[in-house]
Write a protein that binds this ligand. Structure first.
Ligand code: GTP
Ligand code: SAM
Ligand code: SF4
Ligand code: SF4
Length: 337
């Protein structure tokens, strides 16, 4: 139990760390081309932290000043018992935690949306790269668009705000830009575009071929709409514009063309208890050992503080021809995107 005021987490560049992303599983029911290879080797279940252990980890971070918790994966909603975890962790809402949320592929949302809302989740980010059923199955390797659309409808019906995350993929969804914008406008969903990041080795996939800089996407958008830059932030890395003609909000996550690391506020924990201080770097700290060494949180907190003290200034992503061969071998699903 905490009595004395706790020193918040601040990294060496004076950035307060208030946002924790937790990957609760490396598994997924899809195999998106830019995220996983077709024959992914998943971790043995025995290597995963239990949900009770993940709860203890999250609670320790909240005790150290984390105010926003995003559950991700792999696909967070395929982890058995995950609703029990949400229910437990929701006890922190209003008690240090401002927001409990998740990023999901939407495939299980029809089943879980109401329960998520009951657990205090107010908004959910759903990844959706195309509105064409055939292309959807191709990019996810076997997902069904209709199942995701039903999930999104269920989320909206449960009162959850939905933000659509679309990875901008050259030659894949370029031609659908305005369809996606119009659909999100009609359905009342916010929309954020993400630049594809060079993570994970992918057989037969060349990231340079997939890479569609958001500066180009933005220029295309500006041919049809007047874009008003917004100062507003959600605590995540997206920068937003409003479309004057429709009032819609569109986000851009541009780690490559416009680095946002200077205002980084987040770290990531994997389902095995590794703490990654940066999405785009390999350095990590083991939190499983201090977690399991004692039922008291002293060692765990010390390990968290020591890790934050070596958080790097920014990522190492690079699309120059020379560097792509050396792209990061870790898959996005391991760290949770
Ligand atoms: N390079 C980099 N990319 C990030 C970072 N955080 C999120 N992203 C990318 O942005 C994608 C979307 O993030 P979301 O899971 O929707 O989370 P968010 O952008 O923080 O969400 P909001 O709370 O809605 O702002 C992630 O999957 C990553 O691809 C980050 O710290 N660095
Ligand atoms: C790893 S997924 C985990 C959560 C959930 N399965 C989903 O798809 O939303 C989180 C996000 O990472 C994004 N992502 C995965 N691989 C990426 C890559 N190489 N570059 C950019 N974003 C990527 C996905 O589009 C998704 O929005
Ligand atoms: S982006 Fe999400 S849905 Fe797609 S393979 Fe990765 S973890 Fe699964
Ligand atoms: S790449 Fe690293 S430093 Fe930059 S915003 Fe993401 S986590 Fe923070």
């Amino acid at each position: 139990m905490e009595h004395a005021p706790v020193m918040p987490l601040v990294d060496p560049f004076a950035r307060p760390i208030t946002y924790l992303r937790v990957s609760v599983t490396d598994r997924c029911d899809f195999r998106c081309l830019y995220c996983m290879s077709e024959h992914m080797q998943f971790l043995p279940k025995a290597d995963l932290l239990t949900l009770e252990e993940l709860d203890r980890l999250c609670s320790a971070f909240i005790g150290l000043g984390v105010r926003k918790l995003r559950i991700t994966g792999g696909e967070p909603l395929v982890r058995r018992g995950i609703m029990g975890f949400f229910r437990q962790i929701s006890r922190h809402l209003g008690q240090g935690l401002d927001e409990l949320t998740l990023t999901t592929n939407g495939s299980q949302l029809a089943r879980f949306a109401t329960e998520l809302a009951d657990c205090g989740v107010r908004r959910v980010n759903v990844s959706l790269d195309t509105l064409d059923a055939g292309k959807f199955t191709a990019v996810t390797r076997w997902g069904r668009l209709e199942q995701v659309l039903r999930g999104i409808e269920a989320a909206t019906a449960a009162g959850l705000r939905v933000k659509i995350n679309t990875v901008a993929l050259k030659g894949f969804n370029e031609a659908e830009l305005f369809d996606l914008v119009d659909w999100c406008g009609a359905e009342g969903h916010d929309l954020t575009f993400i630049e594809v990041m060079p993570m994970g080795e992918m057989e037969g996939e060349d990231r340079l071929d997939q890479y569609w800089p958001l500066s180009e996407l933005r220029a295309r958008l500006a041919e049809r709409f007047s874009l008003i830059d917004l100062a507003e932030r959600t605590g995540g890395p997206a920068r937003y514009v409003r479309l004057r003609e429709t009032g819609q909000k569109i986000g851009f996550i541009t780690p490559l063309t416009h680095n946002f690391c200077e205002s980084c506020n987040r770290v990531r924990v994997t389902c095995t208890g590794e703490l990654f201080m940066c999405l785009g770097q390999e350095d990590r700290a083991d939190l499983r050992a201090p977690l399991r060494a004692s039922e008291e949180d002293g060692m765990l907190r010390a390990a968290i503080r020591a890790a934050i003290a070596r958080k790097p200034k920014g990522h190492d992503f690079d699309y120059s021809r020379q560097r792509v061969a050396g792209q990061m071998s870790r898959h996005m699903s391991h760290t949770g995107g």
